[in-house]
Design a protein. Sequence first.
Length: 359
Amino acid sequence: MEIGIVGLPNVGKSTIFNALTSGHAAASNYPFTTIEPNLGVVAVPDARLDRLSALFKPKSKLPATVRFVDIAGLVKGAAAGEGLGNKFLSHIREVDAVMMLVRLFKDPDVVHTMGGVDPKRDVEIIETELILADLASVDKQLEKTEPKARCGDKEAKALLAVLQQVKASLEAGKTVRQMGLPPESVKELFFLTAKPVLFVGNTDESPDPALVATLETLAKERGAGCIALSGKIEAEIAQLAADERKAFLADLGLSVPGLERVIVAAYDLLSQASFFTAGEDEVRAWTITRGWKAPQAAGVIHTDFEKGFIKADVYSYAHIDQYEKESGLREKGLIRSEGKDYVVKDGDVCFFKFSPPSK
């Protein structure tokens, strides 16, 4: 799963990406510094994994991860090919969700390509370009679908009805996401505005409450999440050693860096959950989509686990945190044996039993 970081030029995408990944993406005061997308794999902060590691003392500890893609800045007219329009839009089409970075900081030394800080205008520019791109996509699909529907093709008729709904919504300035259609009805149509969105406001070191409130309102109207942070401060935090970071955060009155909130929110944005495997060799967080059943979760570890699934021994993180040893859980009857229909929950600790494939 990949989250695309999008926004207008000079809003701080590369700075945020660098802080997220502690990488070395180019960051400077020029539009289109990022031309080809940068990809970073980021560990999902999870205190439960640290606690399990302290209890089991394994040889290795592996967290769940999220992939972030730093995409080139979008400009007005991108859907018509302005700037890096077509390339930009194709990169967005490839990601699973969008983190829309909006400039809330005022800095005369960093050029604002639209002339000044205005989150409402900036969000509307980005959305308009995505809507126009989706409209072009709808028209192409209508050209292919309408003749088949007229010939009585049932699948084409059903698709035609969806496309007509989507076109009417887009022409009214609404995103596909705001229509509330069943996800499966538009999943294979790859609309840009159907993707889940997280708004991130890049603020000054002392945020302007009015600008933050404006962005929060925009996000709420669109059914999106919203987090405000200072990219400059987050970049400084990312460069500190663990003990220095803790002291720095305490001075700011923060318990965790803003980017940790972004990572967790991005993970949730994709309806992801973590289950754990724990033992002397390894403690590990595995990523699944919420609602997955035990065989699917087992398949994340290895396809043979899913094919030959027999059962899963399961207990909750809360119980191992309380009793500290698996022997204590057995005494309390807190380790359950679950079958193929069990829906794995976030925080479950699982041990899968399977039948190896015959040679």
